[in-house]
Design a protein around this ligand. Structure first.
Ligand code: CAA
Length: 379
């Protein structure tokens, strides 16, 4: 048992922190206000190798592991949760299923450019009538000659509109008790594919979230990902790891809010002393720090398990459950520490609080995490 990060992990943390503080943080509030995704930031992340952290060099990655990846998402989210989820969805939800289930050809064609950051990835599972009940999707894919023809729509797509490659799931056989679903790799230029409405959101406002539509969208047969009928399992296994990326995002948000609160509580004076000297504030900071650290440990453990080829689905769901709730609580307390100033856009804590909320919702609500964990405990 060793809780020290390796030299490689420390180096990645330092590199991402420098990048986050110097290049991402300064424009975070403005991008949030303008709901603006900054492609240049993504390109800089690519130059630093952040877009392909866990993938082997033969697929354009830097050959590191899932721990390094969650550290990167955490550090980015510490200053800007939007850029954190851009990287998380790109890596866990789009890169991972291609790495795990793709053919050699698919890996060279799709994983490599995603790892190198010349293309952005996204994942489409949710539909208007199929959220928590992911298996109830209605989008269909029918074989016609050498192509599948997709119809339907997917909503709440992180990286929607900025992505070049979408991993999507559609029903390929309705005849059984349960619809049989299959995964596909969709290029943004495939005929019949289009990007719909962009959501206006409470938080993570500089990460675009859109609808995507398929109207007789023709997809070459060779773009089927994994086996016919294995779509639901691929979607679920993808989320097993993806949830830990969201846990890392939540840890980063909580840490950002905690750091800002500690600094403010030491400087802000009332009744002739820094407010940190009051136990009412000091104890808040202690609870915020403790919950953040506990969430981080769960997140790192889940990443470590995945990196060591051990089962990680339950650990990942636990990390997301714990870290999402922590991010919400810590950011709410941060606004309280800042008082009236915390409620304004002069300080980042109101943004952190708005950003935290989604970590309790996406990649499976907290209620779904409890369902996943309890099923694993009792199966
Ligand atoms: N790995 C492998 N297989 C799995 C699995 C997993 N993690 N989870 C389920 N399966 C398999 C089951 O073993 C079962 O297989 P068999 O039929 O062979 O027995 C099959 O899949 C069906 O499983 P369930 O009966 O458990 O399925 P269910 O309908 O009860 O649903 C659920 C399970 C966990 C509730 C699932 O629907 C779910 O995770 N819902 C939440 C969806 C979600 O997280 N959406 C997030 C969207 S993405 C997003 O948010 C991205 C973003 O913006 C960043």
């Amino acid at each position: 048992m060793n809780f020290n990060l390796s030299e490689e992990h420390e180096m990645i943390r330092k590199m991402v922190r420098d990048f986050a503080e110097n290049e991402v943080g300064p424009t975070a509030a403005e991008r949030d206000e303008e709901e603006r995704f900054d492609m240049e930031l993504f390109e800089k992340m690519a130059e630093l190798g952040l877009t392909g952290i866990p993938w082997p060099e033969e697929y354009g990655g830097i050959g590191s592991d899932y721990l390094a990846y969650v550290i990167a998402v955490e550090e980015l989210s510490r200053v800007c949760a939007s850029i954190g989820v851009t990287l998380s969805a790109h890596t866990s939800l789009a890169g991972w299923p291609v790495y795990k289930f793709g053919t050699e050809e698919q890996k060279q064609k799709y994983l490599r450019p995603m790892a190198e950051g010349t293309k952005i990835g996204a994942y489409g599972l949710t539909e208007p009538a199929s959220g928590s009940d992911a298996g109830a999707m209605r989008a269909t894919a029918k074989l016609d000659g050498d192509e599948y023809v997709l119809n339907g729509s997917k909503i709440f797509i992180t990286n929607g509109g900025i992505a070049d490659i979408y991993i999507v799931f559609a029903v390929t056989d309705q005849s059984g008790k349960r619809p049989e679903t299959t995964a596909f790799i969709i290029e943004k230029d495939f005929p019949g594919f289009s990007v719909g409405k962009k959501e206006k959101k409470l938080g993570i406002r500089s990460s675009p979230t859109t609808e995507i539509m398929f109207e007789n969208c023709r997809v070459p047969k060779e773009n089927m990902l994994g086996e016919l009928g294995e779509g639901f399992k691929i979607a679920m296994q993808t989320l097993d790891g993806g949830r830990n990326g969201i846990a890392a995002q939540a840890v980063g948000i909580a840490q950002g809010a905690l750091d800002a609160s500690v600094e403010y509580a030491k400087e802000r004076e009332q009744f002739g002393k820094p407010i940190a000297a009051n136990q009412g504030i000091g104890f808040k900071l202690a609870d915020m720090a403790t919950a953040t650290e506990a969430s981080r440990l769960l997140t790192y453990k889940a990443a470590w398990l995945e990196s060591h080829n051990q089962p990680y689905g339950k650990a990942s769901a636990m990390a997301k459950l714990m870290a999402g709730d922590t991010a919400m609580k810590v950011t709410t307390e941060a606004v309280q520490v800042f008082g009236g100033y915390g409620y304004t856009k002069d300080y980042p804590v109101e943004r952190f609080m708005r950003d935290a909320k989604i970590t309790q919702i996406y990649e499976g609500t907290q209620e779904i995490q409890r369902l996943v964990i309890s099923r694993m405990l009792t199966k």
